[in-house]
Write a protein that binds this ligand. Structure first.
Ligand code: SF4
Length: 465
């Protein structure tokens, strides 16, 4: 009972977060940067920040995450980090030879007020950035935002620094085929699934960022600093000439899509993440409207998902669920849970962002009037636990940090989201698309029926459920 001191009485708080349902901005910026081929994330701050961010990503993906740091000491904390970043860039290009260095700031460098664009310009002027190499940046102070906004910021920085509108011979035919897809913060298997669906409809796409084959690269016996995955820089450069953008997850992907629209008049459609049948249908429909053709086998895949759900929905009906994590994940997951007959009654996210509560209301509709939805600094795991103490739920869905509540309250727990530090395999199987929906159904069903078996009295312990 590690959380035995959590009281069931909920009192008003305005300035205290206990066990936040988010983590810090630079982690997201670092993860997004890994989704660009040949890119090395760089943390402009002290070594501790970079170690924490790298180790969290390493523990989640079970892969060594490469990133460099400006290694602030007392001197840089007082006089600023310009000298450190200039020296770092010289060393990085000399030692590690990336195509792109993606700089993100930290609390310390933001508090000092380092002007990163000015430092990058100085590095250029002094010849510290070799020909054909690039340095990009995003500001990620962690006293605001969350890992998701850090991810969104770095994705937008990719557009700011690289997107252009080159003209091609036969441009119209080229444009008619290509579509930007900004998939948001997903697991590498999810990126693969998004690309599989786009290819299934016959569309040529520019997908960014894309960490497949970077944080889940195959074991070959030799170390590769820059694995073969990640969005090719040449694709990103052409993103301003695409016919349209489909952005998945408004919190993580809308800023980049809006930037493409503003700078290059590439029309953007912003959808919720394709988690669940209906959200996947909307994604497929958006691709179809852009010229894709839905193959029969994909229709059959959808049909199998619907069949599975209709076979097992009696086990889900009326089950109360508590969820925490990232806004984009929570909205789509909640919609899918409601479609499965379940009741997402408690939902918290520490990530700020506009319209979360409205988006949740849209997917829950009138169907779960008792739902408590919270966002912000006091929407934390402590509050979630208090709610659960007052009225129990049948299932928890969220990142690893929920394991304490799951154990103390004896509730089945589905690990989903970021970070997952105590299990493996989550990065290898998609939860988006129809196959992702089938996997979610199978995993949730397994948890609920395992609990039913465990609690069954001997006369009611059935071989067939
Ligand atoms: S919260 Fe700030 S100081 Fe702490 S690890 Fe994150 S960036 Fe570094």
């Amino acid at each position: 009972m590690l959380l035995r001191h959590t009281p069931s009485e909920v009192s008003a708080r305005s300035a205290l977060t206990v066990n936040p349902a988010k983590t810090c901005q630079p982690i997201g910026a670092m993860y997004a940067a890994l989704g660009l081929h040949g890119c090395l994330p760089h943390s402009h701050g002290s070594q501790g920040c970079c170690s924490y961010h790298r180790s969290t990503l390493t523990r989640h993906y079970k892969e060594p995450i490469m990133a460099t740091t400006s290694s602030f000491t007392e001197g840089s904390s007082v006089f600023g980090g310009q000298a450190n970043l200039l020296e770092a860039l010289t060393n990085i290009f000399h030692l590690y030879d990336p195509t792109v260095v993606a700089v993100h700031t930290t609390c310390l460098s933001e508090t000092i007020g380092d002007d990163i664009p000015q430092i990058i310009q100085k590095a250029k002027d002094e010849g510290k950035i070799p020909e054909g190499k690039y340095v990009i940046h995003v500001n990620t102070p962690s006293y605001e935002g969350s890992h998701v906004t850090g991810f969104a910021g770095m994705t937008r920085a990719m557009v700011d620094y690289f997107a252009s509108k080159p003209s091609f011979e036969g441009e119209e035919a080229w444009k008619a085929r290509r579509v930007n897809v900004i998939p948001g913060w997903l697991e590498p298997a999810d990126y693969r699934e998004v690309k599989r669906l786009c290819a299934a409809l016959g569309l040529q796409t520019v997908v960014f960022p894309d960490t497949s084959d970077v944080v889940d690269a195959p074991k070959t016996g030799s170390f590769e600093m820059y694995p073969k995955g990640g969005t090719p820089l040449s694709d990103l450069i052409e993103s301003g000439a695409c016919r349209a953008t489909v952005a998945l997850g408004p919190t993580a992907s809308k800023p980049a899509a809006t930037q493409l629209e503003t700078k290059f008049q590439v029309p953007a459609e912003v959808l919720e993440l394709p988690i669940g049948i209906r959200a996947t249908d909307r994604f497929i429909e958006a691709l179809r409207k852009l010229g894709g053709t839905v193959p029969d086998w994909l229709t059959a895949e959808r049909g199998r998902t619907v069949d599975l759900l209709s076979d097992v929905q009696q086990y889900f009906y009326g089950k109360r669920v508590a969820l925490w994590g990232d806004p984009d994940q929570l909205v789509s997951l909640s919609e899918f849970l409601v479609d499965m007959g379940m009741r997402p009654v408690y939902v918290v996210t520490g990530s700020p962002g506009k319209r979360f509560e409205k988006r949740m209301a849209a997917v829950l509709g009138e169907r779960v009037p008792e739902a408590k939805i919270r966002q912000g600094a006091t929407a934390d795991m402590f509050l979630m636990h208090q709610w659960i103490k007052n009225q129990k739920v049948d299932l928890l869905i969220g990142n690893t940090y929920g394991k304490y509540i799951a154990r103390d309250e004896d509730i089945p727990f589905l690990r989903h989201g970021f970070p997952i530090l105590d299990r493996q395999g989550h990065a290898q199987f998609p939860t988006v698309g129809y196959v992702g929906a089938m996997r979610l159904i199978e995993r949730i069903l397994g948890l609920l029926l395992d609990r039913k078996d465990r609690d069954a009295a001997e006369p009611a312990f059935e071989l067939t459920l």
